[in-house]
Design a protein around this ligand. Structure first.
Ligand SMILES: Cc1cc2nc3c(=O)[nH]c(=O)nc-3n(C[C@H](O)[C@H](O)[C@H](O)COP(=O)(O)OP(=O)(O)OC[C@H]3O[C@@H](n4cnc5c(N)ncnc54)[C@H](O)[C@@H]3O)c2cc1C
Length: 460
């Protein structure tokens, strides 16, 4: 992985190369194709999946017709305010403004122009969102999202080479990217020249050394993102003198079924569920956000917690493919009474009962010692359900600083001549710490900045 002098011959040359075929790369490719640009996508895996395929496929967008159909009033400004409130005003305001402004049009464009089956997710709000604005495929899986994007790219006739890991970039003295090299499984190396390059190869969650360097608090955490995202954009960016920003930011999650490693939707917490530790005690305000909850869960005895909820929320969970998969894998325990649930989970019955009573008092209006507002949701009722979970690192949010057009910036703030980045390869929308991640910031940056990069990089 290096940046090498550009005094080499290229086997072939294309106007625009995109590295990575996740949501960012494929959206960038569709946008570039629409502009009439000659585009080549290079993907290291044999089938494009990325972290996008592991996600719940939820893209936040403001002011869509899908929201209007449900009477939801929203605006880019409100979405931007929610994003900035979550990250304590630490994200790049201009990029947040550009991405939120384009969010509604991007989701409609994906749905209408490319037949990506997105619709509004109703029924619950994720932490920090003022209104319902998550748009997802029917199964609420990223696998369906990446499947639809891949089908669209294929139908459009965009060139893509899979099993092509980009290793080296070739750059001139002014930082202009002249081309790149990628390796094939049989060991051969191909060189492609390009006029412009979009980095859509996500962040560094799969690189333990970089995680230790940039996010020490998650150094020991399980990484539950795509293993191939090993920080190549960071490596090239550093070699090119690009600006890295918000490197301590990440999307964690405090609800990964243990040991099944299946995401258990946070909707269970938002609609009334609680988390207790192995001693049966609550330890946090579950409504602050699932990202920062990763570190909170890891800090508990055995680095685990139990999501505790009831039959109403069990039914809600079943709207999610992941939850049904977890249920089939035996992750979901139940009990007709608190004592039975305690027996099914090994949690101490007395402490578990006390935690449930604490939640019930919260529903009745008593101040919660952890500051959670329990009012407005029904109290938990027998029979009870529980899943053992741990905290995990889902993806990193720091990356190459970009301007609102997705153009990569140098350390001194000037634009690089022809380099673009989006999704997890770029600085995210979450400020510089784990608490700053508002649900959906990942795919918002991937899809919307991807479209912006693809469009801008196609201009003559
Ligand atoms: C379990 C889970 C649930 C999530 N749920 C949500 C959600 O509901 N909503 C949300 O907004 N976000 C969610 N996220 C985050 C979201 O998945 C990511 O932010 C988003 O997918 C990033 O998209 P991307 O295109 O940047 O990266 P990816 O989808 O990871 O794609 C990057 C691609 O680049 C390829 N690549 C890497 N290096 C190279 C190289 N050198 N050469 C060639 N190819 C390369 C990889 O193989 C990969 O295919 C979730 C993440 C996880 C892990």
């Amino acid at each position: 992985m290096a940046v090498l002098p550009a005094d080499v011959a290229f086997d072939v040359s294309v106007p625009l190369v995109i590295v990575g075929a996740g949501a960012c790369g494929l959206t960038a490719a569709l946008a570039a194709h629409e502009q009439g640009a000659g585009v080549l996508v290079l993907e290291r895996d044999s089938v494009p999946r990325g972290s996008t395929a592991m996600s719940s496929g939820m893209i936040p967008a403001a002011g869509t017709r899908f929201q209007a159909e449900h009477g939801v009033e929203d605006s880019p400004e409100l979405l931007a305010r929610d994003i900035m409130a979550k990250n304590h005003d630490a994200a790049d305001q201009a990029v947040v403004a550009a991405v939120t402004a384009a969010s509604g049009a991007t989701v409609e464009w994906l749905a209408d122009r490319w037949r990506v089956p997105l619709s509004l997710v109703t029924g619950f709000l994720y932490p920090g969102h003022s209104v319902m604005r998550m748009h997802a495929p029917p199964s609420r899986t990223g696998a369906e999202l990446i499947g639809a994007l891949s089908r669209a790219v294929e139908e459009a006739g965009v060139d893509m080479v899979t099993e092509a890991r980009v290793t080296d970039l070739f750059a001139g003295p002014d930082g202009r990217i002249e081309g790149l090299a990628y390796g094939r499984p049989d060991g051969t190396v191909e060189r492609v020249g390009c006029d412009r390059l979009v980095l859509a190869c996500n962040g560094y969650g799969g690189n333990p050394e970089m995680v230790r360097r940039f996010i020490p608090e998650m150094a020991g955490a399980r990484y539950h993102g795509h293993a191939g995202n090993v920080g190549d954009a960071v490596t090239w960016g550093e070699a090119l003198g690009a600006q890295l920003a918000d490197m301590g930011a990440y999307q964690g999650h405090g609800s990964l079924a243990e040991p099944h490693a299946i995401l258990i939707t946070w909707a269970l917490m938002m609609e009334g569920g609680i988390q207790v530790n192995a001693e049966g005690r609550r330890f946090s305000n579950e409504h602050l956000g699932y990202s920062e909850q990763a570190a909170a869960v890891i800090a508990q005895p055995g680095a685990v917690a139990w999501n505790v909820y009831d039959a109403r929320l069990h039914a809600l969970g079943r709207d999610f493919d992941d939850y049904r998969e977890a249920e089939a894998a035996g992750a979901v325990r139940s009990g007709a009474t608190v004592a039975e649930l305690a027996a099914a989970t090994g949690l101490p019955a007395e402490a578990l009962a006390a935690s449930l009573e604490q939640a019930a008092r919260g529903v009745a209006g008593e101040t919660d010692p952890f500051g959670r507002d329990f009012t407005g949701k029904p109290g938990l009722q027998a029979p009870y359900y529980a899943v053992k979970v741990t905290g995990a690192l889902f993806h990193t949010q720091g990356g190459l600083a970009v301007d609102p057009d997705g153009r990569v910036l140098r350390a001194d703030g000037r634009r690089m001549p022809n380099l673009y980045a989006g999704g997890g390869a770029a600085r995210g929308l979450s400020g510089s710490a784990g608490f700053g991640y508002l649900s959906g910031n990942g795919l918002l940056s991937a899809a919307v900045l991807g479209r912006i990069c693809g469009t801008v990089a196609s201009r003559p």
